[in-house]
Design a protein around this ligand. Structure first.
Ligand code: 5GP
Length: 256
C-alpha cells in the first residue's frame, strides 16, 4: 500500500489516512512507554505481535456481536480500520486487584474482586489520564447517558468473552483498558470498540505460575517483554510454537 498522509502519532501507534474517507490505517510501532511517557524503549517486534493479537481479539469479538472498528489486517504492522470520533474516555475493566486500583484502595495485587468493576479515566495525557466518575462524563458532555450505558454493557460482554478465551489458554485476565468511538451511520452514529486490545492494554497472568505476560514486564523491569507477548500469541494459535526460533518473528507467516 502506498505511503499515506500521517494524521496522528501516538505513543504506540500511528494513524494514516485510509483509502476511503471513512477509513484509517492503524500502524503498530515497536515503541513502548510507561508512566505517562517518562519511561521509553523500543521493543523489537512488539508492534507486529500487537497487530496480530489485536486483529485476533477484534475478530473474535465481532463474532459475538460486538461492533468494532477493525476491517482487515493489511500487513505485518498495519490494519485498516473505520474512522471514528474517539470518545475521550479510557474504559478500564478489572477482575482482580492490580496496578492503580491496588495502590489507590490498598488491596493486595492478585486479590479477586467481589465482582467485575468498570472504571472511567479521562483520556488526557497532560493530566495523566485521571480517574473520573460517571457524573463527570455527563456534566462535561463527554458522552450521553445512553452512550455510557451502551459502553458499560459492551465492556462487560467483552470482559466475559475475553475471560473465557484467555482461561482456555491458561491465562487469567486481570484487567484491561479499551476505548470506544462514534461512527456515522444513516440515522446518527454507532458506538464501535476502537483502538487495540493487546498485552499493551491488558494484564494477563499465567494461571499456574502468575507469570506476567503483559506490559507490566516493561513497566516493572521484569525483562523478556517481547517474549511474553510472543507467548500470548503462540497460546492463541496466532504464531506457531517453536522455541528454537529466535525472536526475529520469522514464525509469523509472511504473506504480507
Ligand atoms: P492501571 O490503572 O492499573 O494502571 O491499569 C489498568 C489496566 O488498564 C491495565 O491493564 C493497563 O495496561 C491498562 N491501561 C491503563 N491506562 C492505560 C494506557 O494509558 N495505555 C494502555 N495501553 N493501557 C492502559
Amino acid at each position: 500500500m502506498a505511503r499515506r498522509k500521517k494524521l496522528y502519532e501516538g505513543k504506540a501507534k500511528i494513524l494514516y489516512e485510509g483509502p476511503k474517507s471513512d477509513t484509517l490505517v492503524q500502524y503498530f510501532k515497536d515503541d513502548a512507554t510507561a508512566f505517562n511517557a517518562q519511561k521509553k524503549a523500543t521493543l523489537d517486534g512488539k508492534g507486529v505481535l500487537n497487530n496480530r493479537i489485536s486483529e485476533f481479539v477484534m475478530l473474535r469479538l465481532a463474532e459475538i456481536g460486538i461492533p468494532t472498528h477493525f476491517i482487515e489486517r493489511l500487513n505485518m504492522r498495519e490494519q485498516l480500520i473505520k474512522k471514528v470520533e474517539i470518545i475521550p474516555l479510557e474504559v478500564i475493566c478489572r477482575n482482580v486487584a492490580a496496578g492503580t486500583m491496588s495502590k489507590r484502595l490498598g488491596i493486595e495485587e492478585g486479590e479477586t474482586l467481589p465482582r467485575s468493576i468498570v472504571e472511567f479515566c479521562l483520556k488526557r495525557d497532560d493530566l495523566g489520564d485521571p480517574l473520573i466518575a460517571e457524573e463527570h462524563i455527563h456534566a462535561f458532555g463527554w458522552a450521553s447517558q445512553a452512550e455510557v450505558d451502551e459502553i458499560i454493557g459492551m465492556t462487560l460482554r467483552i470482559n466475559d468473552y475475553l475471560q473465557g478465551m484467555f482461561a482456555g489458554i491458561g491465562i487469567r485476565l486481570i484487567d484491561f483498558k479499551i476505548e470506544f468511538g462514534r461512527y456515522p451511520v444513516a440515522d446518527g452514529h454507532q458506538i464501535l470498540l476502537a483502538d487495540e486490545i493487546s498485552p499493551d492494554s491488558c494484564r494477563l497472568w499465567d494461571r499456574e505460575t502468575n507469570k506476567k505476560l503483559d506490559k507490566d514486564r516493561f513497566r516493572r523491569d521484569l525483562g523478556d517483554v517481547t517474549e511474553a507477548y510472543q507467548e500470548v500469541a503462540s497460546r492463541l494459535g496466532i504464531i506457531k510454537e517453536n522455541p528454537a526460533t529466535p525472536p526475529n518473528l520469522s514464525v509469523i507467516s509472511n504473506n504480507d
